[in-house]
Ligand binder design. Structure first.
Ligand code: BJW
Ligand code: ZN
Length: 242
């Protein structure tokens, strides 16, 4: 394994998935006890599911929103704050998570490619509101300006994720691309690792199991991100040997 060290001029892109929040108590999607277990993915995470049963979809996302007030970032999230402090503008954090834990930990430059649970979107006029401004007692929250049905501002299957152009650009310029806690099953997120490799980045994986797209990883660290990421980051930024 290469003994890599970052310097502040290195451009580093980090892509995180549900695994980084697992140790905060948020269930991942595809592990055995995953979130989707009692729900068919297509019922709760597609525009078609929302059209046919918006109440069920709202029930699902209200539960997940309520959970956010009870969870805290873990050591894996905080390690990425340390990395951002070291790299400053050369650090780019892309997350598929909608839980806001990277921001709560203290990262500032975060691209939430699958949206966020903190906002809602009008399905009719596209107005956006904070989830905290919405009356969640209502079964189907409504838009204040057009009375359309509001929906969580998240990206469902069949929809185009946010900021793809920006993420592609950052990825193509990266010296290092680090994928943490994502199964590599969902595209286009899974494609960024491939794009990074094609553009000669050194690619690093951190996961408790090998992801689907592991062929594109140069250096893999098997383990729980909350346990192993803090010492990896310290080593990468040369604070201490470990
Ligand atoms: C740990 C750990 C610990 C656990 N430490 N590790 C056929 C082929 C290819 C693509 C398609 C296809 N058919 C359809 C598609 C497209 C589709 C897709 O990819 N489907 C696949 C399932 C096949 N994609 C889309 O529809 C996307 N849009 C799209 O393609 O638009 C068209 C287009 C785009 C661009 C260019 C041109 C056209 C949209 C995808 C939206 C995904 N949305 C969701 C829901 C978001 C809202 C919500 O959260 O409710 O996003 S689905 C769900 O999956 C969520 C996640 O962000 C996403 C990824 O999951 P993630 O994060 O990888 O979690 P898990 O559970 O899968 O994995 C956890 C990992 O952590 C595991 O590896 C564990 O080992 C690990 N782990 N504990 C370290 N402690
Ligand atoms: Zn509206």
């Amino acid at each position: 394994m290469t003994d890599i060290r970052f310097n502040p001029n290195h451009k580093v892109v980090v892509l995180t998935g549900a695994g980084i929040s697992a140790e905060s108590g948020i269930k991942t999607f595809r592990d055995n006890n995953g979130l989707w277990e009692s729900h068919n993915v297509y019922d709760v995470a597609t525009p078609e599911g929302f059209s046919s049963n918006p109440r069920l979809v709202w029930q699902f996302y209200k539960q997940r929103y309520a959970q956010l007030s009870q969870v805290e970032p873990n050591a894996g999230h905080y390690a990425l704050v340390e990395l951002e402090h070291f790299l400053k503008k050369n650090f780019c954090l892309v997350t598929q998570n909608i839980d806001g834990l990277h921001k709560k930990a203290g990262n500032t430059e975060i691209i939430e490619m699958h949206g966020t649970l903190k906002k809602v979107l009008c399905s009719k006029c596209n107005s956006k509101y904070k989830m905290s401004e919405v009356n969640l007692e209502e079964e189907l929250p409504r838009c204040l300006s057009c009375n359309g049905i509001l929906r969580p501002d998240v990206v469902w299957f069949g929809e185009v994720p946010y900021k793809l152009e920006l993420i592609s650009r950052k990825t193509m310029m990266a010296d290092f691309f680090i994928v943490i806690g994502t199964s590599g099953v969902v595209y286009p997120a899974a494609h960024f690792l491939i794009l990074a490799k094609q553009n000669n980045a050194y690619t690093i994986g951190v996961n408790k199991d090998l992801p689907d797209n592991y062929h594109f990883i140069d250096e893999f660290h098997k383990g729980l991100s909350g346990s192993i990421l803090p010492s990896l980051v310290k080593k990468w930024i040369n604070h201490e040997q470990s």
